[in-house]
Design a protein. Structure first.
Lengths: 474, 58
């Protein structure tokens, strides 16, 4: 079967009251397990403790980078390189009068694993800097959506607090952000420092203020320690990117088994990428726990489909050249495999982009199929860890929700071993079953959530952030 | 992937003319099929429905 003899087609779907009974998997060996999480005052628990620095508008991107350059290495955080050179040792020795040959003998190389010990704030896992192309020049709705997304990031249980750089004249006004935060979480009380450049005396002073405020924020954020937490507090985003013809057979079903395990333990999972659910709407609407949810899902899918058609495209154009070359030749075929990540449990909630997770279990979240936009959306809706399956290999991650990369095939896991965390290709060769791989994923998630293991995307500082722009530029 | 499917996924590269056995059936391949790609379990006419994972996909 090739793109020359096959065309995308899907079956029509109908809503009806359904009887949802679900056979839970065997989870007894996990029921008393815990992870070491950061408890926030609203009761939610993070798998990490990050401070975020973000711009309200793209004009502030360069200033964000100035703040990053000033802080990241100085405070001992990962820059994505495998090592850093501690030139400060040379400086100190020279200032203390060391001779030339003593300077030449000094060890400068600090491998990435040792960097954590140099962290001034050991309980703060990172300071993360977001940049984006929005906040002005588009529709008012785009600015509102951006503010809702940024609010979601501030509200994420992995975030201790934030520094926001505003210019002053942009569409995305500070009060829109403040209103969006209150709407998302009326009890929001994390430290939040908002600075406006057009009110400042000079750019250097503006940046120095941002650096000082952030530093002070970190002093407070560092007071929080990890505590033992039941697995039911985990909210895991499910993502696929660079999928191949094995993704729906190995990695995605293994993630599906993980999803069923976590939901059985009272946890939450988020399935997104709506264009990649086109073709399996019947199964998903049948699993919605109420008719109202099934109707919400149907209307979100139809609205998205209509917008795609208005732009002269359609869901059938979703598969990328890489997808097609490696066997995913229609969007419906891709969707049938993609939906496997969600497992078999009932759908307890359907969220539009930027809406927050509030119900335990399997949630659907409306995002594009594009992996970075979708991963960005999952974190914005509350995912504190993200599982990301790939068959072709994508070097991407997220600044606040640690991304765990799962390979669908052995060849990728070997060739791009620096970005892959778990290999599900052993399911294809028969060395693992879907169930055994699903349990292996759960064990790894517990370790990452506790700060015991660092996924490659976090080590490599793959802090990708792409907000979904649904409007046009004006 | 599912009992209703009329498409079959190749887990490794298969050659034209190769005979493949699955669930008590044998299939002689009319073309080569690279790993990750699919071949049909039955002879198909233009306009026929393709079923994989138990759903219509093309």
């Amino acid at each position: 079967m090739t793109i020359d003899n096959v065309k995308h087609a899907t079956q029509r779907f109908e809503l009806a009251e359904k009887d949802i009974s679900w056979i839970k998997p065997e989870v007894s060996r996990f029921t008393n397990r815990t992870f070491m999480g950061y408890h926030r005052s609203d009761g939610k628990v993070g798998t990490a403790n990050y401070w975020i620095v973000m711009p309200l508008v793209f004009c502030e991107n360069r200033n964000i980078e100035m703040v990053r350059d000033a802080l990241v290495e100085e405070l001992g955080y990962s820059t994505g390189k495998d090592y850093t050179l501690d030139v400060r040792r040379l400086v100190n020795k020279y200032q203390n009068g060391s001779a030339i040959d003593s300077l030449m003998k000094e060890e400068l190389i600090i491998p990435a694993e040792q960097q954590k010990q140099r962290q001034l704030f050991p309980n703060v896992d990172g300071v993360k800097f977001l940049t984006h192309d929005g906040g002005c020049g588009g529709t008012r709705q785009d600015s509102d959506t951006l503010c809702a997304l940024l609010s979601g990031y501030l509200n994420n249980p992995n975030v201790a607090g934030g520094t926001v750089l505003s210019l002053g004249c942009q569409n995305a006004q500070v009060k829109i952000l403040e209103t969006a935060i209150k709407k998302l979480n009326p009890k929001f009380n994390k430290p939040l420092y908002i600075l406006g450049q057009q009110e400042s005396n000079s750019e250097p002073e503006f940046i120095a203020d941002a650096v000082k405020q952030t530093f002070v924020g970190l002093v407070e954020a560092n007071q929080l320690d990890r505590e033992a937490t039941p697995l039911s507090e985990l909210v895991v985003g499910l993502e696929c990117g660079g999928s191949d013809g094995f993704s729906g057979i190995s990695a995605n079903p293994a993630v599906g088994h993980f999803s069923d395990l976590l939901v059985s333990l009272g946890g939450s999972v988020l399935l997104s990428e709506f264009p990649e659910l086109n073709g399996v709407e019947q199964e998903l609407t049948d699993r919605c726990s109420s008719l109202a949810l099934a109707e919400k899902f149907k209307s979100l899918m139809e609205a998205y489909h209509d917008r795609a058609k208005e732009s002269g495209s359609g869901f059938d154009a979703n598969p990328s050249p890489g997808n097609i070359k490696d066997g995913l030749i229609t969007d419906a075929m891709k969707s049938a495999g993609a939906a496997k990540k969600g497992g078999t449990s009932p759908i307890v909630d359907v969220l539009d982009y930027t809406e927050q997770v509030t119900t335990s279990g399997l949630n659907l979240l409306c995002t594009p199929g594009n992996d970075v936009e979708s991963t960005t959306g999952l974190a914005g809706s509350g995912a504190t860890i993200t599982l990301f399956t790939t068959g072709l290999g994508t070097p991407t991650g997220n600044p606040v929700s640690p991304v765990i990369k799962i390979s669908s095939n052995n060849e990728l896991a070997e060739r791009m071993h620096d970005i892959i965390d778990i290999n599900a290709g052993t399911i294809i060769t028969g060395d693992d079953t879907i169930a055994s791989k699903g349990e292996e994923i759960l064990e790894y998630v517990i370790a990452v959530a506790s700060g015991d293991k660092m996924p490659n995307s976090v080590r490599l500082a793959q802090d990708d952030f792409i907000p979904w722009k649904r409007g046009i530029s004006l | 992937m599912h009992i209703d499917d009329n498409l079959i996924v190749a887990l490794q590269d298969l050659s034209e003319g190769e005979v493949v056995a699955l669930d008590g059936h044998t299939f002689k391949l009319k073309t080569s099929v690279p790993a990750k790609h699919k071949f049909s379990a039955v002879n198909l006419e233009p306009g026929d429905a393709l079923i994989m994972y138990g759903v219509l996909i093309g």
